[in-house]
Design a protein around this ligand. Structure first.
Ligand SMILES: [Zn+2]
Length: 108
C-alpha cells in the first residue's frame, strides 16, 4: 500500500483553489513511487528551484524533514559520488548466474 502525503503548505491549507495545489499533489504522487534516496534527491531539486527557504517549504509539501532534504542537496552537490548507481539491479538474480558460469569455466 502506497500512501500519498497531503501537502501542509499555506497555499494548500487555504479554502480557495490555487494552481500550486495541483502541482503539490502531483509532487507527492510522484514521490510516493520513488524509493527513499530518490525522494530526497527529488525534494532537493525542488527545494533548490524555490531558492531561499526552499528546504522548509519543500519539507511542508512532501512531508520529508528539512534535514532529509538538506542531505539530498548535499549528496547532489557531491555528484552522488558515494551512491551506487546499480543499487536496485544488485537484488536481481542475474549476477548469481554469472558467478556460477565463471566457476564452471574455472573447473574445466
Ligand atoms: Zn501545497
Amino acid at each position: 500500500m502506497t500512501t500519498i502525503h497531503e501537502c501542509e503548505c499555506a497555499i494548500c491549507q487555504q479554502s480557495e483553489s490555487h494552481p500550486d495545489q495541483a502541482e503539490h499533489q502531483l509532487m507527492n504522487l510522484f514521490i510516493s513511487r520513488l524509493d527513499e534516496q530518490q525522494r530526497r534527491w527529488y525534494a532537493a531539486i525542488e527545494a533548490k528551484k524555490l531558492g531561499h527557504g526552499g528546504s522548509t517549504l519543500t519539507a511542508k509539501i512532501t512531508g520529508l524533514s528539512a534535514e532529509t532534504i538538506r542531505r539530498g542537496r548535499y549528496e547532489l552537490e557531491g555528484k552522488l559520488i558515494d551512491r551506487p548507481v546499480d543499487k536496485v539491479r544488485k537484488h536481481g538474480g542475474g549476477r548469481k548466474a554469472t558467478e556460477k558460469k565463471s566457476l564452471l569455466s574455472k573447473q574445466r
